[in-house]
Design a protein around this ligand. Structure first.
Ligand code: MN
Ligand code: MN
Length: 365
């Protein structure tokens, strides 16, 4: 944590930026270890070139921030106090020359940006997102062991889901069973709304579970993940219920081949775009090129979608410590879809799959 703050201070010096004000749940967690979503209230982390950082949060959260490990200045405002006064005073204690500040341009609301402009009328804003994304891109050992546990819990969620399939059971009943069992294991939050889709609904990559019931001959798609100690997992498996027809089987085997080939191609130094191409070529050769409508994957960490973006035009190379998904899919309207997704870690010598649930075609009887 101290090391991350120091790296940010170095960057501020290098870029000649007076200070950074960070307000997103994810980046504050990354830099302070304090995970908080204060909704409409503000939490703000100030980082400076040479001075001590500060953290401002709602008064009722101060004890939580401290017990999370924050041991620099901590300021709490009550619901009848103005947090911006606390922010201004904390900054004024450290520096009075304020020309340029770094903010999260993608996340800070216009209202909050205008508040800052009111406090410092001649200020120039710089974006801090590129440097934070760069820092978060390579996971350290502690992050990797948390991500491994998050992936294990995702495997368990899929196992529960496949066991819960029965004729006439609804998608949402299966969602509830998965989440009930995960909660018993201590999972507080899923990393996104758990997806269980049946039949032709599997053709929608971002479909919505409902009271639709599983029928014999359906493909059933699970896409789920948990948040464990602040880090996300994300797994997709598609299974068949009772029996499978020839087209469903062809689609399944094509996606599986594409997914395994893409994973085999992952190692340090490989251009990211080529990983997408490996899978896409296999799917196109099988005649389903038009039905693979999204990128091969995305980075994974505190955010469910973070860097690297695993898309065809990304010319960056894979490096040890990167964690991301590989998740090709084929989605044929009215027929149905298949997606297979794993969470991968680049190691010094190659790649390791963090999610391990079996992915050979499974026909649930
Ligand atoms: Mn997913
Ligand atoms: Mn994903």
């Amino acid at each position: 944590m101290k090391n991350r703050l120091e790296q940010l201070s170095q960057w501020l010096k290098h870029e000649n930026i007076d200070f950074a004000l960070i307000t997103s749940t994810e980046n504050i967690f990354y830099l302070s270890k304090y995970y908080s979503n204060p909704h409409e209230r503000i939490i703000a982390l100030g980082v400076f070139q040479n001075d001590e950082p500060f953290l401002i949060c709602p008064k009722m959260e101060m004890a939580d921030a401290k017990s999370a490990g924050w041991d620099f200045e901590l300021l709490g405002y009550s619901d009848i106090e103005n947090p911006w006064e606390f922010i201004r005073n904390a900054i004024a204690k450290r520096t009075t020359t304020i020309n340029t500040i770094a903010i999260e341009k993608e996340q800070l609301s216009i209202e909050r940006g205008e508040m800052l402009q009111k406090l410092y009328p001649n200020i120039a804003f710089r974006s801090i997102e590129a440097i934070l994304n760069q820092l978060r891109l390579i996971k350290d050992e502690a992050e990797i062991s948390i991500l491994k546990e998050a992936a294990r819990l995702a495997d368990f969620g899929v196992e529960i889901g496949t066991q819960a399939i029965k004729e006439g059971k609804s998608e949402l009943e299966i969602v509830a069973t998965i989440e009930f069992e995960l909660k018993k294991k201590g999972v507080r939050d899923m990393s996104f709304a758990t997806m269980v889709l049946t039949g032709s609904k599997t053709a929608s990559p971002h479909g919505t579970p409902s009271v639709d019931e599983v029928q014999k001959g359906d493909l059933v798609l699970f896409d789920l993940g948990v948040i464990f100690e602040g880090y996300c997992s994300d797994i997709t498996r598609t299974v068949a219920f009772d029996h499978i027809n020839e087209e469903q089987k062809t689609i399944y085997e094509t996606v599986l081949k594409a997914q395994k080939s893409a994973i085999r191609a992952c190692k340090p130094g490989i251009e990211i775009g080529s990983i997408d191409k490996t899978a896409r070529d296999i799917i196109a050769e099988a005649g389903y090129g038009d039905y693979f409508t999204h990128r091969i994957g995305h980075g994974l960490g505190i955010g469910i979608h973070e860097f690297p973006s695993m898309n065809a035009t990304n010319t960056d190379t894979l490096q040890p410590g990167m964690v991301f998904t590989i998740e090709p899919g084929i989605y044929v309207p009215t027929t149905g879809g298949v997606r297979i997704e794993d969470d991968l870690l680049i190691t010094e010598s190659g790649v390791e799959s963090l999610t391990k649930f079996p992915k050979e075609l499974m026909i649930i009887k």
